[in-house]
Design a protein around this ligand. Structure first.
Ligand SMILES: O=C(O)CCC(=O)C1=CC=C[C@@H](O)[C@@H]1C(=O)O
Ligand SMILES: [Mg+2]
Length: 368
């Protein structure tokens, strides 16, 4: 397969509601789409899950555009590629910038699957035709508002509720949720808002029977998380500390977490995601697929990877309508009773809505 040319689209899509975490609020999603086109004119699509500002990690949308334009796209254009895995080697000399690498790799995976006429999920080794879905709810000004959204999402059938917490918006909020919903599968995501000095607060969370507490300590940290996990009954789940296979291996070896949140962009693409999946499977570490407030294209890639055997906890691949008035794929992603049917068409399995893409594009460029 030859990548004839690549197109980059900078998108600006307004979410239906703002989303607040311990590090900030986001409503306008400025992200990139990558379209890889082969010598026969067939297209594959990928999404770069960065935000406008480097709040979640060091990458941001303009840095990824630069990375793709200057280094990554020139490494693949006009090149003969045997398999999407080849991109790992072509990108190896460039450090990190995982979301940019992942976006181009995703486009090539989709293109490769389409050229073979197989669904991406199958090509990755997926074994499920249906996946289980949870939902992630942002921090709200008042807990009543959060309880209303939980009620709505429980009624919609989502299989687990994740709430965002930060110092001062933690124990009391969780206590109120548990008072109203003693049995729902519940977890809390701190997005690195605590340190070991907050041990008492983190230990107090043991009383809420949480499925897990996600990334309580510094992004990138493994050592303090290992110390923390030893003192908690609640499983620690790592998100912002896992950027590679080596991070996952070390986290498991050190006991930094009992669960891993897989984000394809954060680990540099589907090839790495699959390697980490296989490691977790071997080591009996449960895995689930996190979200980055993706459009339908990134969501479709998340759905595909979630079909692998060891994705044994509900992921954050919620319905398109949770985020968007109108998504850029057809049909849109629909979760019913907390389950989603994996598409069976070749590649990502959804059609691309070019009209919606064009309507939300603020800049684009083709690279020959
Ligand atoms: O619904 C989703 O896509 C998940 C949303 C979500 O929880 C997150 C999105 C983006 C960055 C973080 O705030 C975060 C997370 O930490 O998992
Ligand atoms: Mg998280």
């Amino acid at each position: 397969m030859k990548i004839d040319h690549v197109k980059l689209y900078k998108m600006n899509m307004r979410m239906r509601n703002p989303f607040t975490t311990s590090f900030g609020t986001e409503q306008d999603r400025l992200f990139l789409l990558v379209e890889a086109i082969d010598e026969h004119g067939l297209s594959g699509w990928g999404e770069c899950v960065t935000s406008e500002r480097p709040l979640y990690s060091e990458e941001f949308t303009e840095s990824s555009w630069y990375m793709l334009e200057k280094f990554l796209i020139p490494a693949v254009v006009k090149r003969e590629i045997q398999h999407p895995k080849d991109l790992q080697e072509l990108f190896a000399m460039y450090k990190r910038n995982n979301m940019a690498k992942s976006a181009l790799e995703a486009a090539v995976w989709d293109l490769y699957a389409k050229s073979k006429g197989v669904p991406l999920a199958k090509l990755l080794g997926g074994v499920r035709s249906k996946i289980q879905v949870g939902i992630s709810l942002g921090i709200e000004e008042n807990t009543d508002r959060l309880l209303e959204s939980i009620q709505e999402k429980v009624e919609e059938g989502y299989k687990r509720i994740k709430v965002k917490i930060k110092p001062g918006k933690d124990i009391d909020v969780l206590r109120e949720i548990r008072a109203n919903y003693p049995d729902i599968p519940l977890m809390a995501d701190a997005n690195s808002a605590y340190t070991l000095n907050d041990l008492a607060v983190l230990k107090a969370m043991d009383e809420f029977n949480l499925m897990m507490i996600e990334q309580p300590l510094t992004a990138g940290d493994l050592i303090d998380h290992a110390k923390l996990q030893k003192q908690l009954e609640t499983p620690v789940c790592l998100d912002e500390s896992i950027h590679s296979y080596e991070d996952a291996r070390q986290a498991i070896e050190l006991g930094s977490a009992r669960i891993i949140n897989m984000k394809v962009g954060r680990v540099g693409g589907l090839t790495q995601a699959k390697r980490i999946h296989d490691l977790c499977e071997k080591e009996n570490v449960p895995l689930w697929c996190g979200g980055m407030l993706e459009s339908g294209i990134g969501r479709a890639h998340n759905i595909a990877i979630t079909t692998l055997e060891n994705f044994n906890l509900p992921g954050d691949t919620a319905s398109s309508s949770r985020y968007w008035e109108k998504d850029i794929i057809e049909p849109e992603v629909i979760v019913e009773n907390g389950e989603l049917h994996v598409p069976e068409k070749p590649g990502i399995g959804f059609d691309i809505n070019m009209e919606e893409i064009e309507r939300n594009t603020v800049k684009n460029k083709a690279f020959q």
